[in-house]
Design a protein around this ligand. Structure first.
Ligand SMILES: Nc1ncnc2c1ncn2[C@@H]1O[C@H](COP(=O)(O)OP(=O)(O)OP(=O)(O)O)[C@@H](O)[C@H]1O
Length: 573
C-alpha cells in the first residue's frame, strides 16, 4: 500500500485527537481536572480547617465533620482535600524522575559497548527483581526522612521498570531497517535515540508512566505510613492514612478520606495513561473500518460464470473525507486472472482490501454490491467461509509471516482452527503443496522459522498456504515486487499453475504492465482511484490498441518483456 493521504497538519491533528479519545480518556481527564482544582483551591480556602485545632477531637462522622476529626480535633475531610496538592506534586515529581532516569539508562545501555551493555542489562534485571516499595524504603532510609527524600527514593525505585522496558523495546527497534540504515549513514547514536527510538516507544511508555504514577501514590503513602515520608506538620494522603489506621478499630471513618482520594487519583492516572497511549499510536487511533451498501446505485445484472462482482465501489478516508477509490465496478469470472495496474497510490490495494475484507481502519467502503460466489461481502461472512473463498499473497512475504513461529505451526493454523482439518491432515496437505511449489526438503521447511528462508522461498510458502485452503479467489497484491527477476518468474509460474490446475481465479495487482501482460486474461487500468480503461485483449496490448492516454504512457514506460505466456507457465520448473 502507498503512503496514507496527507492531511493539512492542523486538521489532521484535530481529527487524530478526536478519534484517539476514548470515553475512559474523557473520564480520566474529568477526574484529573477535579483533582487539579482541589489541589489549587483547597489549600487556599480550607487551610485553617485542616490545621486549626478544635475541642472536638477524635470525633466520628458528624454533620460538622463528615469524615471525623483527628486526635487534635482537625477536620479529616479538609485535611484530605488540602493534602491533595502535596500528594500530587510528590507523585508527579517522582514519576517524572523515574521516567527520565529509567528511559535515559535504558537508551544509554543500548548505546554502550557490548560488554558494558551486558553488565548494564544484568544490573537492571537485579534492580527490578526487588519489589519497588522495598527498594524505595532502602533508598529513603539512606536519604533520610521527609517528603523530598521520599520522592527521590520512589523515583529511583520506579526507574528500574522504565529502564528494563526501554532496554527491551530498544533491542527490538535497533534491528529495524530505518535504525540500521541511520546507523550505517553515520547518524550519531544520541540523535537516533531521540528521532527513531523514543518516539516509537510512546505507547508502552505512556502506560508505564500512568502505572508508575498510580504506584507512586501508594508508595508515598507507604513511606509516610512507616514514618519515612511527609513529616509533621506537613501531611500527605499517606500521613493521613497512617493517622487513621492507628485508630481503625475505634474510629474507622478516619481512613475513608485518604483511601478514597488514593483510589480516585490512581484511577484517573490509569484512565488518562491508557487513553493517551491508544491515541499516541497512529495505527489504533482511527475509527473502525465500515462496509456500507449503497442505496443510490443499482447492482448490474450478473452473468452465470461470474465469481466476483463489485458494483459502484467507493472508499472514503473518514478523517479527510477524500475518496481513495471512486465508483469502481469489476467482474472476475471463474478461472480468470484479472490484473489491476496503475501508478502508486491509484487505489489498487485499497480495492483489493475490500474484496478480501481487510479494509484498513479509518476507511469507509460503500458499494451497490461486493459479491463473491454468491456470498455478500458487504455483510458479515464467517471466518471459515471467507477462508474457503479468498486467499491472499502479499507483496512482502517477510511481514506476512510471524517470525516467532515455525512455518508448520503458523501455516497449518488456518487449516486446523478455521477449516477444521486434523493437525495431521493439515501438515500432509501443506507438505504436499510445499512440494508443488518446489520447496526443497518440505518436511524440514515445516520446522523452520521465516528468517531461515530466502524471500523467494517465503513467497512460495505463502503460495503453498494459499493453495492448501483451495480458495476460489487468490488476491495477489504485488506478489513479485520484492523478488529478483528469476524468482519473479517462478512465482508468476506458480500462480498461473494454481489457476490452471485448481481453477483458482486471481485478482493480480501490479505496477508492471509487462508482468500483467504475461499472466493476466484481462486488465483494468486505475488512475486516481478510478478505472480508466479495461483491456480485454491482453496479448495484443500495444500503444496503438489502447484508448486512454495514461495507459499509453504506462505501456510506453514498460520495458519489453521477452517472455511469452507459455514460458511463464513453465517457469515453475
Ligand atoms: N489506511 C489508509 N488510511 C488513509 N489513506 C490510505 C490508507 N491506505 C491507503 N490510503 C491512501 O489511498 C490511496 C490509494 O492507496 P493504495 O494503497 O490503494 O495505492 P496502490 O495503487 O496500491 O499503490 P502502490 O502500488 O504504491 O501500493 C493512496 O492515496 C493512499 O495514500
Amino acid at each position: 500500500m502507498a503512503e496514507p493521504v496527507a492531511l493539512p497538519r492542523r486538521r489532521a491533528a484535530a481529527a487524530r485527537g478526536r478519534r484517539g479519545r476514548s470515553p475512559l480518556l474523557y473520564l480520566g481527564y474529568g477526574m484529573l481536572g477535579v483533582l487539579v482544582v482541589v489541589a489549587v483551591v483547597a489549600p487556599l480556602v480550607l487551610h485553617d480547617a485542616a490545621t486549626g485545632l478544635s475541642g472536638d477531637a477524635n470525633s466520628g462522622s458528624t454533620g460538622a465533620h463528615p469524615l471525623g476529626t483527628d486526635g487534635l480535633g482537625r477536620d479529616m475531610l479538609a485535611r484530605t482535600l488540602v493534602a491533595t496538592r502535596q500528594t500530587l506534586i510528590a507523585a508527579t515529581l517522582s514519576t517524572a524522575l523515574a521516567a527520565v532516569l529509567g528511559i535515559g539508562l535504558g537508551v544509554a545501555t543500548w548505546l554502550a559497548p557490548r560488554r558494558v551493555r551486558e553488565v548494564g542489562l544484568r544490573l537492571i534485571e537485579f534492580w527490578v527483581s526487588y519489589p519497588t516499595l522495598l527498594v524505595a524504603i532502602i533508598v529513603a532510609a539512606v536519604l533520610g526522612q521527609g517528603l523530598g527524600p521520599a520522592v527521590v527514593a520512589i523515583g529511583i525505585a520506579n526507574a528500574g521498570g522504565f529502564a528494563r522496558l526501554t532496554a527491551n523495546l530498544v533491542a527490538g527497534l535497533a534491528a529495524r531497517e530505518y535504525v540500521v540504515t541511520a546507523r550505517l549513514m553515520g547518524v550519531p547514536p544520541g540523535r537516533i535515540a531521540v528521532r527513531h527510538l523514543i518516539p516509537n516507544m510512546a505507547e508502552p511508555q505512556l502506560i508505564l508512566v500512568a502505572q508508575a504514577f498510580a504506584g507512586a501514590l501508594v508508595e508515598l503513602s507507604g513511606l509516610s505510613f512507616i514514618g519515612l515520608g511527609a513529616q509533621s506538620p506537613a501531611f500527605d494522603w499517606g500521613a493521613l492514612l497512617n493517622e487513621g489506621a492507628s485508630k481503625i478499630y475505634t474510629n474507622p471513618v478516619l481512613i475513608v478520606g485518604p483511601s478514597v482520594a488514593l483510589v480516585f487519583a490512581s484511577l484517573a492516572a490509569l484512565f488518562v495513561g491508557d487513553g493517551l497511549a491508544a491515541a499516541a499510536n497512529p495505527r489504533t487511533n482511527t475509527s473502525r473500518s465500515r462496509l456500507v451498501r449503497r442505496a443510490d446505485a443499482a447492482a448490474e445484472p450478473l452473468e452465470a460464470d461470474v465469481l466476483l462482482a463489485v458494483d459502484h465501489l467507493t472508499v472514503r478516508h473518514d478523517a479527510s473525507g477524500r475518496d481513495l477509490v471512486s465508483d469502481v465496478s469489476l467482474r472476475i469470472r471463474r478461472g480468470e486472472i484479472l490484473g489491476i495496474v496503475g501508478e502508486s497510490g491509484s487505489g489498487k490495494s485499497v480495492t483489493a482490501s475490500v474484496v478480501s475484507k481487510l479494509l484498513a481502519e479509518g476507511l469507509t467502503a460503500t458499494a451497490a454490491r461486493v459479491e463473491l460466489s454468491g456470498a455478500d461481502l458487504l455483510g458479515r461472512v464467517p471466518g471459515p467461509e471467507l477462508a474457503r473463498r479468498v486467499a491472499m499473497v502479499y507483496q512482502d512475504p517477510g511481514t506476512a509471516l510471524n517470525p516467532a513461529l515455525t512455518l508448520g505451526n503458523q501455516l497449518t493454523d488456518v487449516l486446523t482452527s478455521t477449516l477444521g482439518s486434523s493437525r495431521r491432515d493439515a501438515r500432509e496437505n501443506l507438505v504436499g503443496h510445499f512440494r508443488d511449489v518446489l520447496l526443497t526438503d518440505p518436511e524440514g521447511r515445516m520446522r523452520q522459522y521465516p528468517h531461515q528462508l530466502s524471500g523467494g522461498m517465503k513467497q512460495r510458502a505463502m503460495i503453498a498456504s494459499a493453495m492448501s485452503t483451495r480458495a476460489e479467489l487468490l488476491v495477489a497484491d504485488e506478489p513479485t515486487t520484492a523478488l529478483d527477476v528469476t524468482v519473479q518468474r517462478e512465482v508468476l509460474g506458480l500462480i498461473k499453475r494454481m489457476n490452471t490446475t485448481a481453477g483458482t481465479s486471481v485478482l493480480f495487482i501490479s505496477h508492471d504492465l509487462g508482468v500483467v501482460r504475461a499472466l493476466c486474461d484481462r486488465v483494468l487500468v486505475m488512475k486516481d482511484g478510478r478505472i480508466v480503461e479495461t483491456i480485454d485483449d491482453v496479448a495484443h496490448m500495444t500503444t496503438e490498441a489502447v484508448r486512454h492516454p495514461y495507459t499509453r504512457q504506462l505501456l510506453a514506460a514498460t520495458p519489453v518483456v521477452h517472455t511469452s505466456r507459455p514460458e511463464v507457465e513453465g517457469a515453475d520448473r
